[in-house]
Design a protein. Structure first.
Lengths: 205, 205, 205, 205
DNA sequence: TATGAATGAGTGTTCATTCAT
DNA sequence: AATGAATGAACACTCATTCAT
């Protein structure tokens, strides 16, 4: 069993509650005290549990962090899948951008710190090297209305997806850090970057 | 004397060498072992010096980190200033994008980790709250050829500078992390995002 | 929570035992190795515990020292209060002197070093600026049979209390350091100084 | 050569000056920053010298401290010797008390800290186990007018000298620490204790 | 199963002392 | 002789993890 997998699936209702409490406590600690204050004792205390309990469910601190990352990604990812059902590339991307901005501004500090954690090498393997986000983006770039030069060139599409993901992540992180609150405005500006990027023809070397 | 200022200027040649060795060792340790392995003993060892020497010149670990950040920024910033001398907004921005890509791909892991460190609250004050990069960007957006709606609206220009800085940083970080090596290609794609973003009219609310 | 307060009350029996062991170990280390050898690792080792345990209960080395000071004062102070119940100033003071001599000669090195620690500015606040000892002395100088010029002049009484405290502390410390063992003899000599001092009329300026 | 002896007698005038400067710097650092701030680098800096120079003249930090102790004692001791020339025990003691008070209140923090250092076991040997002060006191207790029971009983006289030394030291230290400034008042009160003590007949066991 | 006490390797930092220049 | 750069053992303190109860 990998050291990052959850240790045991909680079966009893009480156990489920404990796991949830621990995850939310982890989120709260991260938001309140940053990575500096994020330690297992603080999380357990905040959850009203003991460190021992924490280690019953999470084999390591990293496993806890990873579980939190996944929890935050889950809801977001479900919404993303729905966005994929939209008819055109443009609509799908616009929806994705909107969701990203909304997700980030909901709990900005949490989202930013988890973005950072996500990047740690220890997690890359566990998260699948191409994150879901990147795959969804790449798929969207093959939808009707997407730039022709991307539709049929998969490597190029992957590269574009990487770029868009990086732009979106960069802009949402920064906006959250600055304390922005207006989701629509942020989404509009990210859209400008995204669609502006896509409008440019590929480079002739 | 702030706890982040360098402790004493090295006077003897030997001392200058030690300080340089310490800074370069800090860079190497960061690149090789990441923030996890970045500790003062490791840095001193790698520099072929003792911890004591490190603390002769840097009053704290943070001071060392800050000095490294500044060292990396210095050359970059000088080039930026030269870019500002270009006649048009487009040329200046293109140059800035090129410099950013080049800077990042030169020592990608170092640049990315220092970006991260730079964002820590302890450093914000010491680095001047608006980083130089943002100010330069904002100035460029007031140069001839810049979008009209930005030239005369300073707050909007500041916001645009923030966005561009975030996009550029996001894309360069990600490219470096992926191991990209082609500076020109990266610069072209970032340019697409930057100029695409600027081509979009401001949002009507 | 002040950095000098105990960190958490030990709840389990094992924890109580650890705290006691740590305090006694601190006393033993001080006695055996003096302030020079008094470090947290040594204390923990002597207690058969780990540094980690020490810091579970004491937030800092100073907190440990303070706790030890208070532990040593506690018993002594209870006896002092009993002495205050005696009918006359003379009896009360005699009892106080006796208690002081006894306290000091019980663990002379410990008492002396703690006297020294007690005087450190960090502790003054936590110990109450006028130590209990001084206050008790001052109260005794207002009891029946006390010199008339002190009974009614509170500032002068405070000064006299300071002087007596200083004499007693000086003599007990020195006796302990010399290795004296005869409590009664020491008490007699201190009494000579104390009552001699009080017998002298106030200075006419 | 003991590690506490001064390393070499300074012969050149410049060397004498350096040694003096170092000693005075040590005193100033002790007064300003206490034992906590008393380190060789700080002393050298304050003296306008280098650590290297310090170690040219003093083989160790303790040697420096000891030299400072001796410097402070020297002037005092010369005055004490003069006091011994007075005709009666009472006059001699009164003079000694006056000198002690004056000495302490001149540089109270320095005197107190040096008293503390003096007591460290490392120094006991170097200072001669019975300090000069104690010997002078003992001699005075054999002068005309001294209590009969002391004149002829040398051990008892030694004991009384110890007690008086301890009282005087305790009272002067405390007065200095409290910030008292009135030498005469302090001397009067110490005199009360001293002569009061001597007036009491020896204990019958 | 849950608790929280215990562990100890690891980290930042200081400072007495040495020694090349 | 003088300088001050260099050394490194030592210390206070943290925190992920284990385990007795």
């Amino acid at each position: 069993m990998s050291a990052l997998q959850i240790r045991k699936a909680p079966r009893q209702r009480r156990a489920v509650h404990t796991v949830d409490a621990l995850l939310e406590a982890a989120a709260l600690v991260l938001e309140a005290d940053g990575l500096e204050g994020f330690n297992t004792n603080a999380v357990a205390r905040r959850a009203g549990a003991s460190v021992g309990s924490l280690y019953q469910y999470f084999p390591s601190k990293d496993a806890l962090t990873l579980a939190l990352v996944l929890r935050e990604k889950r809801k977001f990812h479900e919404a993303l899948v729905a966005a994929q059902a939209l008819p055109t590339c443009r609509e799908a991307l616009a929806s994705l951008v909107d969701l990203s901005a909304r997700q980030q501004l909901t709990r900005p500090n949490l989202a930013r710190l988890l973005d950072q954690e996500e990047a740690r090498p220890e997690f890359r393997a566990a998260l699948g090297d191409g994150s879901n986000f990147r795959l969804v983006l790449s798929a969207m770039l093959a939808m009707p209305g997407a730039p022709a030069h991307l539709c049929e060139d998969q490597p190029r599409r992957g590269r574009a997806a990487d770029d868009l993901a990086a732009m979106i992540r960069g802009m949402t992180d920064a906006a959250g850090e600055r304390g922005e609150r207006d989701v629509d405005d942020l989404a509009y500006r990210i859209g400008a970057a995204v669609f502006g990027y896509l409008a440019v023809p590929p480079r002739q070397m």
